[in-house]
Design a protein around this ligand. Structure first.
Ligand code: IPM
Ligand code: SF4
Length: 758
């Protein structure tokens, strides 16, 4: 009798179907079906490729666009980046991408494409995003695509280079987490509110090391656009990826999209997609139960996406939190946000309202907001109300429905597609101390502009806020009676919602006990951990130190990876006039050459996938960062560049703090995994995965290692073509036939698919 198959989660199924090779060191070489590229995180990857004289392995499986830097002001078609992009660094970044996609024949939706838009909006729209595929992008919100039952996650620039060269990435297995949402969402409450509620419940590190599968009746009822908003913010919950099992809603959305399978292949594909769910009895390491009925329109009050409260609530006080770290975060956030504890959320006046970003700039979002704005005017106290569609296609669809007219009559500016005020890399940014209700996903300090203040909200709340001029309860605006639900207090880890995995068997998480594969030396070896590293320690007393703080967005326009040390912690380190802030630790003479950074709070490096954060830390001179915990993408990025990350125990933290307080240096010996005081006396030990340690000590060139076993990839590609031919054929056919009609003067040949000029 055949042994019954072990029940598997959806994540495990997709993962298993993409394994090229399992390595002795516990890592897995995973095949990537779709790679999305944008101008910010790709230049250094393409330069890396050029320095190795490597081609892009699968140009047709890439899709590039310019989104972060592009102005959203009217576009004088045909648009010439040389004149349209007025900021020189932004222009250079977009032009660099254009040069790179041309050189490598990569499909590119540039400024002249009517389908240009935010990378996470255009992928699904085109049918580039398909269930059961693996998708990566040098962008943390790649989690968005998990809404389709695709395993999609954000990677750093080193991994972008690896994918370009090999169409694979090296990963370890992640944990399985299930967020089950029961009950029903009340009217006026969206998936954005739900996700902010979930993040408030589990915290911004609640999903670290995990793939979150969202399940339950509430999820099944969500539209694809709402599912995308939900999965989009999985990264704000710290997760590697968010996932929703595909169903009729998914298939309906995908069907007929230009790059989706068609004809007889559609039926074949459906058979495969219908198997994409977690088997009954599959093991989850952690399950979180959410009662949707308790979710109200939710807004952030602080500077981390976990600092949320319902719109009917008020700003918390530090003493509302039990955890001293959270108390301190609250204190810092209140200071930054200019808020008094106890103030009612609906009394908070805003200067600007932004409806846009990869979370909430889809047609459904604009429809919802338009229903509220119809026939109304924005409040006179608003300096700006900005509507930025996620893509050219969203913009045109909204315009066909007259939505643009409703927005304009209400007093909104109706713009061209791009990331815009979500990150303020173009000219759309907040001025210091301006307060903004924003449908984006990050309320980090200075995210939308230096010293700007962000409240994350749903599109409905944004529209109601625009009318009132203060954060507003959309349910009152639309005449809905707010449901009688007890207010949720997000004051501490809400453990009662969380259940640990109960079933037998080890969760397949990182195996740290295996010997490492023989490393291949880098030509220019970046790590030198064979000796003891000594130096002084700079201590930063914060939790959730995000990569926007470490490497502020205004420097993300660089195409370099060297010389970024001066950008490090720029907004914390310098006044807006460029003068150093005397009290910031790195400006103190004894710390200017610090080798170690100790963050006292958890979740260091959360947020954006920008590898620039690591490059800047290294360029400043840091060799090792100590923190209670690190965000996943940052962790990976750091080790790939030879930056050691250590999670010290409380005793070691205390001793490091003591040494630093006495003005003494410390030493670290990676080989022996010990930290020593200035005189060489051990003050503590630390754990590190054997593989990471070996890579740091010996130096490692991951691309060379992968290319050394290229036959594994070739074999996988042959098998994949036989088993799931639609994955490649759908994109190739789509580019050459359906989309070709929209391409002026474009003749299909793989060699020309980059010259899309629609
Ligand atoms: C620039 C890019 C690396 C970044 C990300 O990874 O998220 C950006 O999209 C952001 O939202 O901060
Ligand atoms: S989070 Fe903002 S900046 Fe990042 S991809 Fe989405 S829209 Fe662009």
């Amino acid at each position: 009798m055949a042994t019954p198959k072990k029940p598997r989660t959806l994540y495990e199924k997709i993962f298993a179907d993409h394994i090229v090779a399992e390595r002795d060191d516990g890592t897995v070489l995973l095949y990537i079906d779709r790679h999305l590229i944008h101008e910010v995180t790709s230049p250094q990857a393409f330069s890396g490729l050029a320095s190795r004289s490597l081609p892009v392995r699968q140009p047709a499986l890439q899709l590039a666009t310019s989104d972060h830097n592009v102005p959203t002001t009217p576009r004088p078609y045909p648009v010439t980046p040389a004149t349209y992009l007025r900021v020189p660094a932004s222009r250079l970044q977009v032009q660099t991408l254009e040069r790179n996609v041309r050189a490598h024949n990569i499909p590119y939706l540039g400024l002249n494409s009517r389908r240009q838009g935010i990378v996470h909006v255009i992928g699904p729209e085109l049918g580039f995003t398909l269930p059961g595929t693996t998708i990566v992008c040098g962008d943390s919100h790649t989690s968005t695509h998990g809404a389709f039952g695709a395993l999609a996650w954000g990677v750093g620039t080193s991994e972008v280079e690896h994918v370009l060269a090999t169409q694979t990435v090296v990963v370890t297995r992640w944990g399985n987490m299930r967020v089950e949402v029961n009950g029903a969402l009340a009217e006026g409450v969206s998936s954005k509110d739900l996700m902010m509620h979930i993040i408030g419940t589990i915290g911004t590190a609640g999903g670290t090391g995990m793939v979150i599968e969202f399940a339950g009746p509430v999820i099944r009822k969500l539209s694809m656009e709402s599912r995308m908003a939900l999965c989009n913010m999985s990264i704000e919950a710290g997760a590697r990826a968010g996932l929703i099992a595909p169903d009729e809603t998914t298939f309906e959305y995908v069907k007929g999209r230009p790059l989706a399978p068609t004809g007889g292949q559609w039926e074949e594909v459906l058979k495969y997609w219908e198997q994409l769910y977690s088997d009954p009895g599959a093991h989850f390491d952690k399950t979180v139960h959410i009662d949707a009925t308790a979710v109200m329109p939710t807004v952030t009050w602080g500077t981390s996406p976990e600092q949320v409260v319902s719109i009917t609530g008020s700003v918390p006080a530090p003493e509302d939190f039990e955890d001293p770290v959270k108390q301190e975060s609250c204190r810092q956030a209140l200071g930054y946000m200019g808020l008094e504890a106890g103030a009612r959320m609906t009394d908070i006046a805003v200067d600007k309202v932004f409806i846009g970003s990869c979370t909430n700039a889809r047609l459904e979002d604009f429809r919802i907001a338009a229903r509220i704005l119809r026939g109304k005017r924005i409040s006179p106290n608003l300096k700006l109300a900005l509507a930025v569609p996620g893509s050219g296609a969203v913009k045109r669809a909204a315009e066909r429905e007259g939505i643009d007219a409703i927005f304009k009559q209400a007093g909104f500016q109706w713009r061209e597609a791009g990331c815009s005020l979500c990150v303020g890399l173009n000219e759309d940014a907040l001025l210091p101390f301006e307060r903004c209700a924003s449908t984006s996903n990050r309320n980090f300090e200075s995210r939308q502009g230096t010293a700007g203040r962000t409240h994350l909200v749903s599109p409905a709340v944004a529209a109601a806020t625009a009318i009132h001029g203060t954060l507003a309860d959309v349910r009152l605006e639309t005449g809905l009676k707010p449901q009688e639900a007890p207010e949720v207090i997000y004051s501490s880890e809400s453990e009662e919602y969380i259940e640990s995995g109960s079933e037998g068997g080890n969760p397949e998480v990182e195996n740290t006990d295996q010997p490492s594969a023989a490393p291949v030396a880098r030509s220019a070896k970046i790590s030198a951990y064979s000796t003891t590293v000594c130096g002084s320690v700079a201590i930063v007393e914060r939790s959730n130190i995000d990569t926007d703080a470490i490497f502020p967005k205004q420097f993300c326009t660089t195409i370099e990876r060297k010389g970024l040390g001066d950008c490090l912690f720029h907004n914390l380190r310098y006044h807006p006039d460029g003068n150093p802030k005397a009290d910031f630790i790195l400006n103190q003479k004894k710390h200017r050459n610090a080798s170690f950074l100790l963050a006292t709070g958890p979740n260091f490096g959360c947020g954006s996938s920008r590898e620039h954060a690591v490059w800047a830390l290294q360029d400043f001179g840091f060799r090792c960062i100590f923190a209670p915990s690190f965000a996943d993408i940052f962790y990976n990025n750091a080790f790939k560049n030879g930056l050691l990350l250590v999670k010290p125990d409380a005793a070691l933290v205390a001793r490091i703090v003591l040494s630093a307080g006495l003005g003494k240096e410390i030493q670290i010996n990676l080989a022996d995994q010990v930290v020593l005081d200035e005189s060489g006396v051990k003050i503590g030990g630390f754990e590190i995965e054997e593989r990471r340690k070996k890579e740091l000590i010996d130096g490692m060139d991951e691309i060379a290692v992968t290319l050394a076993t290229i036959e594994d990839i070739e074999e996988f590609e042959r098998d994949r073509k036989a088993a799931r031919p639609w994955i490649d054929e759908s994109v190739r056919d789509g580019w050459s036939s359906k989309l070709a009609k929209e391409v002026k003067g474009w003749k299909h040949k793989d060699a020309q698919i980059n010259s899309l000029d629609w």
